[in-house]
Write a protein that binds this ligand. Sequence first.
Ligand code: ANZ
Length: 949
Amino acid sequence: MTQNVEQTASASPAHRYTAELAGAIEQRWRDEWREKGVFNAPNPVGPLQGDGPLPAEKLFILDMFPYPSSAGLHVGHPLGYIATDVYARYHRMNGANVLHTMGFDAFGLPAEQYAVQTGTHPRVTTEKNVARYLEQISSLGLAHDERRRVSTTDPEFYHWTQWIFLQIYNAWYDAAQDRARPIAELEAEFDSGARALDDGRDWNALSRAEKNAVLDGFRLVYESNSLVNWCPGLGTVLANEEVTADGRSERGNFPVFRKQLRQWMMRITAYSDRLIDDLDLLDWPEKVKAMQRNWIGRSYGARVRFPSGDRTIEVFTTRQDTLFGATYMVLSPEHPLVDDLTAAAWPEGTDPRWTGGAATPAEAVAQYRASIAAKSDLERQESKEKTGVFLGSTAVNPVDGREIPLFIGDYVLMGYGTGAIMAVPGHDVRDHEFATEFGLPLIEVIGSEAGVQDEAYVGDGPAVNSANAEVDINGMAVADAKRTITAYLERTGAGEGTVQYKLRDWLFARQRYWGEPFPIVFDADGAPHALPDADLPVLLPEVDDYAPVSFDPDDADSQPSPPLAKASDWLHLDLDLGDGLQDYTRDANVMPQWAGSSWYQLRYVDPTNSETFCAKENEAYWMGPRPERNGAKDPGGVDLYVGGVEHAVLHLLYARFWHKVLFDLGYVTSREPYRKLFNQGMIQAYAYTDARGVYVQADEVVERDGRYFLGDQEVNREYGKMGKSLKNSVAPDDIARDYGADTLRVYEMSMGPLDQDRPWATKDVVGAQRFLQRAWRAVIDEETGAVRVTDETPSDESMRVLHKTIAGVREDYAEMRDNTAIAKLIELTNHLTKAYPGGAPRALAEPLALMLAPVAPHVAEELWNRLGHEGSLAHGPFPQPENQWLVEDTVEIPVQVKGKVRARITVGADASDEALEAAALADPKIAELLDGAPRKVIVVSGKLVNIVP
Ligand code: ANZ
């Protein structure tokens, strides 16, 4: 038998569906597609406008913007790309105008670091990586509109990134209208007197510079002095995650200093409510929505004011109902009132635990601040051990006049709420820990059986011990009690209800080279000015070396100086911005990598438009709201966005924010960029570690008797996410070469539901190949290469199998259940192989080829072509099911013995009760259970047979 196969193979290798033949077919079709621009999607207007009328249906499908890494792709990367391609191809075959393409998020740190080390221009590295990436994905047969490829590093692209930055810069948030508006409109309101300055100054009496300063305070992009982690040893500012617990840089172990630095910020917080509320309009995984809600962190609560001498301390609390249980207060050590509130000396009888061993409160404060200087916010919040010191003074609880002591403690952060809290140790875990540490009193204000002595009671319950002469909330449930106390606070002026967010404004500047320069210049007084549109793009200048200026690592007072500061010819310029020719200085910072990915989908829509970032007609066509199809609340956006869950927060939040600003300013018709989001699972694979626990190259490991070896060294097998770090990558182009791209596609799509993680096993790829080989043989004679379909009329059974397959596959493709679609196609193919060993009837072979096309497009095109069809099947037709073949003509009936199902019989759908009874008794399993004739047989027509033995 084996010999036979080999003989056949050597006799006519050219006609067997081998990797080699697949490779040739695939290349031919890819060339054909490209040459004819088969996947070009016409736009309504502009450079990519189509010839005729546009199809009624359109679909914009988007993959998350890839970063062209030098490591290249592994088979995990294209999982989502193949899935979107299958979806796109399916809908294109059904007549939709489909926009699907891929570009590159090509700014970024790796190419810059490589430049610092080697002097190679990051553009050279980036272009090389992009070329390699394209080569890898092109072998997969993705039906992209290649005219729409963009890179964020192209000046024609970042021209518009800079332009959008300026639109945001030139806008302010009008809280009354709940939308962004052009800053010019605000200025006009000040000019006309329709709006007055909050601080009482007369607008018309201000100088130009003063007016500008006022306007700058409203902009959605503003400069702020924010506290950053400055690391002179690395010449850069670091993110909190990059700083170790002892205040040094993770990379290089240099000291890190907290430093006030002027930085660009984007006022994303103006959109907090809309970013939360509009999640309800989106077809996204609940998990991702929850992550966004948490990140924005909206808390409803109250601000309450506690007088202390002639000062007032304001706190933010979400539990104003527990106000009668506040027994002390804690301010953040950085709180601006701390020094004023610090007493000159310890009061008589101060508990020694409260003083930190210091002689005076001021000394205690200084010592305490020094002791926590190096701690990150996260450490401060998560530390189990509560620390702090007493300020020597007290404040008055506004509901009952009690004097309560004031502390500073690092578990209260300056960056949240007001930076001060009222401590309710009976009902807040952290306050309870602190109170236990310092021997502070507990008051129970929420009734429970557990009480509050041993630990804080955080559950629900009726308010207790909570009344004064004017307000009594005792017995009320939490929500009621909160409402009542808030009203009381507002009545007495001691506080008011408020909403608090965790979301902070977006720090929008990096001290790097390889990013978008800011389209802003500073005048001699340091005031910022936007460049006019005609001066865009601001091109990245060439520099001699890409390293930041080096600093003395221990010099806390040094100033960050990004690589662009070295391009002094570029940095200084003369310009006439309306006040005659003046000296200006550019900004030496660049935008963060998030900038390009915050709007790229809009450029895909209109990639070559040189007049504007994206013509509104094109945006409206591809992304506009479709109330008629998706319901009145449809926010618009791309029809499907597929990518990893790692982007659940930052990218998706930033992109939504930019899109909303563009919407408010009237540049786009959609209020959201991504209508539907889908997170694909990850491909996992075996990885191997040696005796030291170091990962070794997985593809060099061999198995012997259930053990694993690298050479003669035994290694340990593990399992994890495929990638560089576990050294277990498998390259898609290698698999495509060894088996064919269609086989790779079928294998990846058949591994399981798309949203689930799946294990990669190269040895299983052959299963997908065999399936395609069977499909091939149903149409092609492997000996001669001739088409071997017949004109035979298929049997009724075959027609039923076919149409059931069509109906099922359509549904599966439309729901992105490619794995079950493939299972159905395998079943159909097996049926053909078995029922028609001499070659399938054309009426079955043709729909099989068409249905294969979304997952295995090259071989499907080839079969379709050999079946005698001109041109590509990319635009259909896709088979339609015929109802007459969908009616089930047999049914499965359970047979019970003494009420327990013991067998199932298959009978005609219209079988009579007598026939049912006979079939049930004839079933071998039932016969075995029965000892002679049964006592009774009950038949429920068409449903069930129950036998009493
Ligand atoms: C009294 C109280 C009693 C509180 C109680 C909680 C439970 P979320 O929900 O995350 O918004 N808090 C306020 N500002 C803080 C700061 N800057 N640093 C650390 N903690 C701060 O959290 C709000 C609660 O966190 C507030 O409500 C406050 O403690 C604390 F039984 O006030 B609460």
